[in-house]
Design a binder for this molecule. Structure first.
Ligand code: HEM
Length: 483
């Protein structure tokens, strides 16, 4: 046999030996750095192939094998995934300050005018100032209470229309009704007008834009994952065009609503969120120290747009889907139990954090610039803390004083720590009012021929900030007439 044929026959063994050597070297390096465990990676893509269409579920499976603190390489980006309450507490309480920044991702950077919003801006003086305005002025209990009439009018109008539809006893798309309602409330609270009064913005376009913006906000660009050549993929799959298109549509919309608020002689029933922010800008101009401009206002509007509509709606949608699979529970739903029903364990992963200074997590080193993702979905299903974790059982919250505002780390629907949700009160009053009305005013039946077990509970795949139901919930409303 000649030299080259012999070399070719040995090539596979040579490659295996080289890979083993490479693996050993990497393991030794990891042990030296004492990084969290990682499943084996592939060249270039790292662990990307191990994330299925439901990343929170893939991460839970990997965590069951490798432990609750897991390091994955998404292309070139190292991300630490946390899937236990103890480790989440270490991140969001013990090391909150060291880990409470946000990664400067390009897509969301574009939508937020270079991170001028609250939710995606890096930790620092600006974030502190804008958070203070949001907490004290925009989402405070007093402000949310001042919008009570908006919530009540919108819910009453939905109940009226459902009551008319119930006469024909035909199935209706309840999911779409729920999203329309939370959209209408946010539209009025933030922008001061109803959909009907908006000349160039119909409901369909509004939801499409929210969904597009959520998708952009939750995604890395290929260039971020594969520096140097990822831009070719971004060009081919239309990523850059999508970001640009969504940005332009949002900017036009936000500019339009701000201009509408600045029109001389505009009549208003009540100060909405834009009025409040324009008032703060005016005050700053008078005091000669302006840092909140129209651009900052637009960035905050994006957070309200993303944070306020889908979140409250999907809580109600999942609760109704679960209840119609348990008719006996649906029947005994009272105001008290509607409060418990909306405590859904459907928050997927929290918004990514970025580490600012080194700390240790379960004994592993976590270095600055590492991204951390808390898998709230997996934690809320951990049999260590929850009996029958997969079962919908709102009774588990009765006489159980588990805190849902970020003090108990086995249940994190609103996150925790410095970056916890500032819209908790606004979100909970909306979902509670809607759910209570849907349960009080109607009996809900499944369409003819459908059984409880036929209700599709599949989660929508893909990278998104929220966890949608894959198919809409279709039910028949039967008006409840008290005897
Ligand atoms: C039921 C409704 C809601 C749910 C389930 C929810 C959930 C969350 C979660 C899980 C986070 C991430 C927390 C973390 O990373 O630790 C968050 C952050 C945030 N939410 Fe909400 N939210 C809701 C309603 C709202 C509303 C109504 C608004 C505003 C109108 C809002 C605005 C925000 C903002 C701005 C942040 C980012 C805060 C920061 O980074 O400083 N949310 N929310």
């Amino acid at each position: 046999m000649g030299f080259f044929p012999a070399l070719i026959s040995w090539l596979p063994f040579l490659l295996i030996a080289l890979l083993q050597l490479f693996k050993k070297k990497r393991q030794a390096k990891n042990e030296l750095n004492h990084l969290p465990p990682s499943p084996p990676k592939l060249p270039i893509i790292g662990n990307l192939h191990q994330l299925g269409p439901l990343p929170h579920s893939s991460i839970r499976q990997l965590s069951q094998k490798y432990g609750p603190v897991l390091l994955l390489k998404l292309g070139r980006i190292p991300v630490v995934f946390v899937s236990s309450a103890e480790a989440a507490r270490q991140v969001m309480k013990v090391n909150d300050l060291a880990s409470c920044s946000r990664p400067p991702l390009a897509g969301i950077g574009k939508l937020t005018y270079n991170h001028l919003d609250l939710g995606f801006s890096p930790y620092g003086d600006y974030w502190r100032q804008i958070r203070k305005i949001c907490v004290l002025e925009l989402f405070s209990v007093k402000r949310v209470k001042s919008f009570r009439f908006v919530r009540e009018e919108e819910v009453a109008s939905l109940m009226n229309s459902l009551s008319q539809l119930s006469c024909s006893a035909t199935p209706l798309n309840l999911t779409s009704k729920i999203f329309t309602l939370t959209g209408s409330i946010i539209f009025r609270v933030a922008f001061g007008k109803c959909f009907e009064e908006s000349d160039d913005f119909d409901r369909e376009r509004f939801y499409e834009l929210i969904h597009d913006a959520e998708t952009v906000a939750a995604r890395f660009s290929a260039e971020e994952c594969f520096p140097g050549f990822g831009w070719i993929l971004d060009k081919l799959n239309g990523h850059n065009e999508r970001v640009e298109r969504v940005f332009k549509a949002l900017d036009k919309f936000f500019q339009g609503v701000i201009d509408y608020h600045l029109k001389p002689g505009r009549t208003k029933q009540h100060d909405d969120i834009i009025d409040v922010m324009l008032g703060i800008e005016k005050e700053q101009i008078e005091q000669g120290h302006v840092w909140l401009t129209k651009t900052h206002i637009k960035a905050v509007l994006l957070n309200i747009f993303l944070g306020g509509v889908d979140t409250s709606a999907l809580v109600v949608n999942w609760a109704m889907a679960e209840l119609c699979r348990k008719p006996e529970l649906m029947k005994k739903s009272t105001k008290r139990s509607s409060k418990h029903c909306r405590k859904q364990r459907k928050t997927p992963m929290l918004i990514s954090r970025e580490v600012m200074s080194h700390f240790k997590l379960n004994g592993y080193n976590i270095y600055p610039k590492t991204m951390i993702q808390i898998n709230a979905w997996a934690i809320a299903r951990d049999p260590k803390y929850w009996e029958n974790p997969e079962e919908f059982c709102p009774e588990r919250f009765i006489d159980n004083n588990i805190d849902f505002k970020g003090q108990d780390f086995e249940f994190l629907p609103f996150g925790a720590g410095r970056r916890g949700c500032p819209g908790i009160y606004m979100g909970t009053v909306t979902s509670e009012l809607l759910l209570a009305n849907l349960l009080y005013c109607f009996d809900w039946k499944l369409p003819d021929g459908m059984k409880e077990e036929d209700v599709d509970m599949e989660e929508q795949g893909g990278h998104c900030l929220t966890l949608m139901k894959k198919t809409p919930l279709v039910l028949v409303p039967i008006e409840y007439i008290p005897s």
